[in-house]
Write a protein that binds this ligand. Sequence first.
Ligand SMILES: CC(C)(COP(=O)(O)OP(=O)(O)OC[C@H]1O[C@@H](n2cnc3c(N)ncnc32)[C@H](O)[C@@H]1OP(=O)(O)O)[C@@H](O)C(=O)NCCC(=O)NCCS
Length: 172
Amino acid sequence: MLRVEPLSRLNDRKSFDCGQPALNDYLQKTALQHIEKGISRTFVLIDTDAPTKILGFFTLAGCEVVTRNLPAGYAGKYPTKAPAAKLARMAVSIDQQCQGLGTIMMAEAIKRTLSIAENIGIIGIFVDAKNQIAREYYEQFGFLALLEHPLILFLPLRSLKAAMDGAGHSVH
Ligand SMILES: CC(C)(COP(=O)(O)OP(=O)(O)OC[C@H]1O[C@@H](n2cnc3c(N)ncnc32)[C@H](O)[C@@H]1OP(=O)(O)O)[C@@H](O)C(=O)NCCC(=O)NCCS
């Protein structure tokens, strides 16, 4: 059974390879430190039959955004700066890509963001896409590119529920 859980020392971080050295490095060297310092939270997707193997991971953090760069229709709705969640990293092990695991993690990231939104107030979730391919990947979940920064994408609060339903997967 697939399960999303907080990254811990029990997970085999060293063997994880998503094909992007910067993301591997973050998981292997920085993610646990950031958890301990409260900077961000990293979650891993595992199979309960082999729980040490990391199939994928994502990292959530808080951020503050300058709202004038938001997509058309949103820019004028907020004060100059507003709080938001950030999907700081997301990656699937190279031998597990294109099997829907990224979609499962996206649904989970959005579910957790909704819970944050209920408790502290945020305008939505932001993600930095590494390139145009990643941008298209996020757009399929309803993320909208910022006006002057097309590789930064925004999923507004009111779209979170629909995006989670669209991702259509759940894990325990
Ligand atoms: C990007 C990534 C997280 C996607 O995870 P995944 O498990 O391979 O993706 P899924 O299988 O859930 O794909 C869901 C859909 O997105 C599409 N898709 C997958 N990778 C894509 C990509 N790079 N760009 C655009 N679409 C993509 C798939 O075709 C699939 O659509 P379908 O269900 O209609 O077939 C994963 O490929 C990865 O870790 N890549 C390397 C690290 C990376 O680039 N991370 C993003 C940093 S900005």
